[in-house]
Design a protein around this ligand. Structure first.
Ligand code: HEM
Length: 486
């Protein structure tokens, strides 16, 4: 009787999660499941895990493999290899098992090592500073920042020209819907998008074959040092996965993260004052409202025991990482955003052999973006109701209206370090010369990245400078002469 009740509840909650109520706020529904224990069975035998330890064990267990055939045949697509969207998604690295997975991942992993990603920092900083300018005033944060930043970064890496990038927003959304919904309409729409993406990437690969450049498509065309090389279809599939994975989820991180900061102004203030918290802050944003809420498509080939559970072949397994990230056994006050949390790594990037290849890149983008936005804008507020994107696997916003302003109540005229008030700049430079070396460097960086703020009075005298947090609180009341000691 209790078992039947539990299975009915799991079925009911999964149905709610797939609808508008679950999209708007899935977390109370996860709590209903948690009441059944760290994992529970649905009416059709699907195992749904909400506990952190169980989810981590399921993700990391190498005996569990990806089972796309079973999923797709079960959904009525025995012919899935003839459907462009299903073929491109479910033969990609994300959905295959070793040894095919090992080979595909090895051919691209060199571009995503922490060292290679760290080298992208200056370019990401420049892009962030440019995009901050687009956010000023009242805008939709998704279209002005959260989408353009990751698409520019992965587009640049792959070698997709800037003018071509915007079209991928809707194409990737339609194609990646096959991870969520397998209705005839959704798959037809995904097929159309997949064909366009594949044709585009085929043509780009052909261009790079003829005229190689310093980008990832050219490197993939060239192959590995040991002579291994992707065939044409593998190349388009891999590039499409990188493009899609490169921005769809990172757009979610930037939008969900900003929304979380707007919900917790004390935490936003904290990060503004201490940008060095950015790394743990991004982990906490990933935990608090994960851009990937569930990881699916794994199954057992034979009866298997994992984390006190018995799995049987053919059983569907859903690791609800969005719920695991709020497991009270791992996190104190799990429903609160606390940017200095150090309890456990979020499961938002998955685990095991499919652990997100782009995790260092997504982290870098967010670590640069949030301190820059907070430093650039002293006032960031919601300007309307956020619109959640469709789907229950990925979580993000399709629109996030915000107002972003700089300056404070007392100042009359405000501007960026690079853009305004020559007098103020000169003064700021002279003031900066008297600063300890680290703060002086901070000022230089702020000026280079155009992210600092200065506020001047009517006569152009400097009232306040906000060249990153170190200088933020220095109020230079006498605009004409910098004080000897700041
Ligand atoms: C906040 C941003 C991101 C999140 C939350 C995220 C999440 C994930 C998750 C959960 C998986 C594992 C899926 C599974 O096990 O079935 C994954 C895999 C993957 N991600 Fe990400 N991702 C993000 C950003 C990126 C970026 C920027 C890239 C860049 C190219 C990327 C590329 C990939 C690839 C290629 C895989 C497949 C790896 C494999 O199967 O071996 N991701 N991601």
């Amino acid at each position: 009787m209790a078992r039947q009740h539990g299975q009915d509840l799991v079925g009911e909650v999964l149905a709610v999660l797939a609808g508008p109520e679950g999209r708007s706020d899935p977390y109370p529904h996860y709590e209903r499941l948690r009441g059944l224990g760290p994992a529970a069975l649905g009416p059709d035998g699907t195992l749904v895990a909400t506990g952190y330890r169980v989810c981590a064990a399921l993700l990391r267990d190498h005996r569990l493999g990806k089972t796309p055939e079973r999923l797709l045949s079960g959904a009525g697509y025995a012919d899935w290899l003839d459907r462009p969207s299903l073929r491109m998604m479910f033969t990609s690295m994300l959905m295959v098992n070793p040894p095919a997975h090992t080979r595909l991942r090895r051919l691209v992993s060199g571009a995503f090592t922490p060292r290679r990603v760290a080298a992208l920092r200056p370019a990401v900083e420049r892009r962030v500073a440019e995009l901050c300018e687009q956010v000023a005033g009242q805008t939709d944060f998704v279209s002005t920042f959260a989408f353009p930043l990751p698409v520019a970064v992965i587009g640049e890496m792959l070698g997709v020209p800037a003018a071509d990038r915007p079209m991928f927003q809707s194409l990737v959304r339609d194609w990646s819907m096959v991870l969520e919904v397998l209705s005839p309409l959704a798959v037809d729409q995904a097929d159309a998008a997949a064909v366009q993406i594949r044709d585009y990437l085929d043509a780009l690969a052909a261009q790079r074959r003829a005229h190689p450049k310093d980008d990832l498509i050219s490197a993939l065309v060239g192959g590995a040092d040991d002579g291994d090389r992707l065939n044409d279809e593998e190349l388009a599939t891999t590039a499409a996965l990188l493009l899609a994975a490169g921005f769809e989820t990172t757009t979610g991180l930037l939008a969900n993260g900003l929304l979380a900061l707007l919900t917790y102004p004390d935490q936003a203030r904290r990060l503004r004052e201490r940008p060095e918290l950015a790394q743990s802050a991004v982990d906490e944003m990933l935990r608090y409202d994960s851009p990937a809420q569930m990881v699916v498509s794994r199954g057992a080939a034979a009866d298997l025991h994992v984390a006190d559970l018995t799995l049987v072949p053919g059983q569907r397994i859903i690791a609800l990482v969005g719920a695991a990230n709020r497991d009270p056994e791992m996190f104190s006050e799990p429903d609160r955003l606390r940017l200095d949390r150090t309890e456990a790594a979020p499961l938002s990037f998955g685990g095991g052999i499919h652990y997100c290849l782009g995790a260092p890149l997504a982290h870098l983008e967010a670590e640069i973006a949030f301190p820059a936005l907070l430093s650039r804008f002293t006032h960031l507020d919601l300007a309307g109701t956020p619109v959640r994107r469709d789907g229950s696997v990925l979580r993000g916003c399709s629109a996030l209206p915000v107002t972003a302003q700089w300056g404070c109540d007392r100042e009359r005229a405000c501007g960026t370090v690079s853009a305004r008030a020559r007098f103020g700049r000169r003064l700021l430079r002279r003031a900066a010369l008297q600063l300890p070396v680290s703060q002086h460097d901070t000022y230089q960086q702020a000026e280079q990245s155009r992210s600092g703020i200065i506020c001047t009075d009517d006569a152009g005298g400097l009232l306040r400078c906000s060249a990153q947090s170190d200088l933020r609180e220095h109020v230079l009341r006498d605009g004409r002469e910098p004080p000897a000691v700041l």
